[in-house]
Design a protein around this ligand. Structure first.
Ligand code: HEC
Length: 241
């Protein structure tokens, strides 16, 4: 078994791990975390097979870190007759996280005006024509003045929205691209995702109605709640600063 084949299967695992790291900084996206957890469980289940069979590329360090090891591509195929190595194109198709700071945002651009009909067609059925939320589907628009002082901890009835709670605008793009419309993720092109993101940010009074967003301009958007968050710099202890 070659180191190359090890690296290739490792790519798939690392891809899951990378996606998980990005998702872990998203705020309040429970189902995404649940999805990431199930991916990790699958990775952990595979890990013992892959690591065991990849000793040429991964000497026995005892690190126990499955996802960070170079692991073989065709172990399952060769040993169990299952699966195959993913192609570079297949990995690229799911390697869509925007990176910390939005540094891996894709090409494309979309305006607030282009986002309006997209929202109406793809999103309003669940989130309401004005983003007010319907039944169990969360509101996306609203700057409840009572929420502007970030009193969510004291008053659980205050509604958290993109406008008063989300710290980073590129996270919104990332979330929509990966998971919305619910059940139809991937239906929107990157430019359409920029447009819907722009429309939602404009409705939340974060950007002007005339804005067109692309990677650079989305990275530059400052969210009202950003100052309410600090980078998580814990080193494994329970302390929160
Ligand atoms: C079939 C129903 C459905 C459709 C259509 C839909 N969503 Fe959602 N959306 C949901 C559900 C359910 C959640 C809550 C997911 C969760 O918290 O686990 C959600 C959550 C969200 C959130 C996160 C809200 C927050 O602050 O936590 C955003 C942003 C969002 N949707 C954007 C969109 C956009 C943009 C579209 C259209 C492209 C869209 N949704 C279409 C059902 C839908």
């Amino acid at each position: 078994m070659s180191g190359d084949s090890c690296a290739s299967a490792g790519g798939q695992l690392l891809n899951h791990a990378k996606a998980r790291r990005t998702r872990s900084v998203d705020v309040g996206q429970q189902h995404v975390h649940a999805e990431a957890r199930s991916v990790l469980r699958a990775v952990a289940a595979l890990g013992c097979v892959l690591v065991a069979a990849c000793t040429d590329a991964t000497p026995e360090t005892g690190s126990g870190s499955v996802v960070d090891s170079a692991t073989p591509a065709d172990v399952r195929t060769a040993q169990w007759g299952l699966g195959r190595a993913p192609s570079a194109a297949e990995i690229a198709a799911v390697d869509i996280d925007v990176g910390p700071g939005g540094d891996a945002l894709p090409a494309g651009r979309g305006s607030v005006a282009e986002g309006a009909p997209l929202y109406a067609a793809q999103c309003a059925g669940c989130h309401g024509a004005k983003g007010e939320g319907l039944a169990k589907f969360p509101p996306l628009i609203g700057r409840d003045p009572k929420g502007e002082d970030f009193g969510f901890g004291k008053d659980p009835a205050l509604v958290r929205t993109i406008g008063n709670y989300w710290p980073y605008a590129y996270t919104l793009f990332d979330y929509i691209r990966k998971s919305m419309p619910h059940g139809g993720a991937g239906r929107l092109s990157d430019s359409e995702t920029y447009a819907v993101t722009a429309w939602l940010l404009a409705q939340n009074q974060v950007i002007a109605d005339t804005t067109t967003l692309d990677a650079a301009s989305l990275r530059a958007v400052k969210m009202p709640a950003e100052k309410r968050f600090v980078p998580d710099n814990r080193k494994g202890g329970p302390e929160v600063r």
